[in-house]
Design a protein around this ligand. Structure first.
Ligand SMILES: Nc1ncnc2c1ncn2[C@@H]1O[C@H](COP(=O)(O)OP(=O)(O)OP(=O)(O)O)[C@@H](O)[C@H]1O
Ligand SMILES: [Mg+2]
Length: 346
């Protein structure tokens, strides 16, 4: 092939591609590779065009008879380094270099490492407490029934926390797994909210508040997964009880269906409002991250794992809905869930 058809072929590829001729000079380069290495590459010697020793060494190996070499190239221009995986392949006397951006894979790897670190840390705290009490109970407090009872109480509390964390982790992975499967049941939202609130009554009572339900729109059904929607509203109302208790009342509203611009169709809104301390603005966007808590200590005290809203977010995504958190410090928090009333188009 002459250079012109080669150029049109590599220009059509979605990756940065560079071709080096037998004369060691760049024979063709597509627009994407210009963006990585700078323009005007054609005709340059490959050492001048590429400059990074690892890539130059790989090219030398392929010139010496290797069929394929894979190496890395770091683009240091721009606000952040971009790491490319570069394959250097022999192609009928020429050498073809293909660049693949590794940033997304790197970030995914980083997220996975952070997640494992977080899980380990969250499990280690109650575990350390348990081990400490076991030691005390088998030593110093062996013959002290009063201390034993107290310690067993704390141990049960810590063990429960571990169980909740493991349950939440499993729930999160299940929810992530079927995020792409559209829910197909028809769910009666009013009935569902009544039963969720009933289930949380003891907790509300213990916190000294009442949860009111206002079915502005009764008899509202949406396509959904009932079990998962129970999880969503349980967490939101439980959060309002746990973190908004100072306000004394939690109000749940089921609003009539209305057009929702972002969802491009009709949606039903469920609003959970408390009059508690509220959430400082800069935390709000991060609340749905796994393990994110505004006040770690306080949340742990009330038994929170920080996974609740991450699970909620995944479930709402599966339902093609939206989650909106509005809060004002000292005034309270209102969380709205919008669920489309028509089945999602697959
Ligand atoms: N209604 C609210 N008022 C004030 N802060 C809230 C409210 N809802 C959530 N938060 C804050 O957001 C954090 C994250 O909530 P999330 O439901 O994800 O976790 P959690 O309740 O701590 O744990 P889990 O839900 O797993 O038991 C909470 O720790 C709390 O700091
Ligand atoms: Mg929660």
């Amino acid at each position: 092939m002459t250079t012109a058809p080669i150029l049109s072929v590599i220009d059509a590829l979605p990756l940065p591609v560079l071709m080096i001729g037998p004369d060691e000079r760049v024979r063709a380069a597509n627009a994407l590779v210009d963006a990585v290495l700078g323009g005007e590459l054609v005709g340059k010697h490959y050492i001048t065009a590429l400059r990074q020793p690892a890539v130059i060494a790989a090219i030398a190996e392929v010139r010496a008879g290797e069929v394929l070499r894979v190496t890395q190239y770091t683009d240091r221009d721009g606000p952040k380094d971009t790491l490319y995986r570069v394959s250097v392949a022999a192609a009928d006397g020429d050498i073809v270099l293909t660049f693949e951006d590794q940033t997304a894979a790197e970030e995914a790897g980083q997220m996975r490492r952070d997640f494992v670190a977080n899980v380990s840390h969250e499990l280690r705290t109650p575990l350390t407490a348990l081990l400490g009490f076991i030691e005390t109970l088998s030593g110093a407090a062996k013959d002290d029934p009063a201390a034993r009872d107290r310690f067993l109480g704390i141990m049960a509390h810590e063990a429960n926390r571990m169980r909740r964390l493991v349950d939440d982790l499993m729930s999160l992975s299940r929810v992530e797994e079927d995020e792409r499967v559209r829910p197909r049941e028809q769910v009666d939202l009013g009935g569902l909210l009544v039963s969720v609130i009933k289930g949380l009554e003891p907790q509300a009572k213990a916190a000294g508040l009442t949860v009111s339900l206002d079915l502005v729109s009764s008899n509202e059904t949406v396509p959904g997964d009932a079990g998962q929607l129970v999880q969503v509203f349980t967490n939101l109302i439980e959060n309002a009880i746990k973190y908004g208790a100072s306000g004394g009342a939690v109000a749940v509203h089921l609003m009539p269906r209305a057009m929702h611009q972002r969802l491009r169709g009709e949606a039903v809104e469920v609003r959970v409002a408390d009059k508690g301390d509220g959430i400082p603005e800069h935390h709000i966007a991060r609340l749905t991250e796994r393990f994110y808590r505004v006040d770690n200590h306080r949340s742990r005290e009330v038994g929170g794992t920080g996974l609740g809203l991450a699970i909620v977010k995944h479930i709402i995504n599966r339902h093609r809905g939206r989650l909106l958190i509005a809060s004002e410090e000292g005034q309270g928090t209102t969380v709205s869930v919008f669920l489309p009333t028509a089945p999602p188009v697959s």
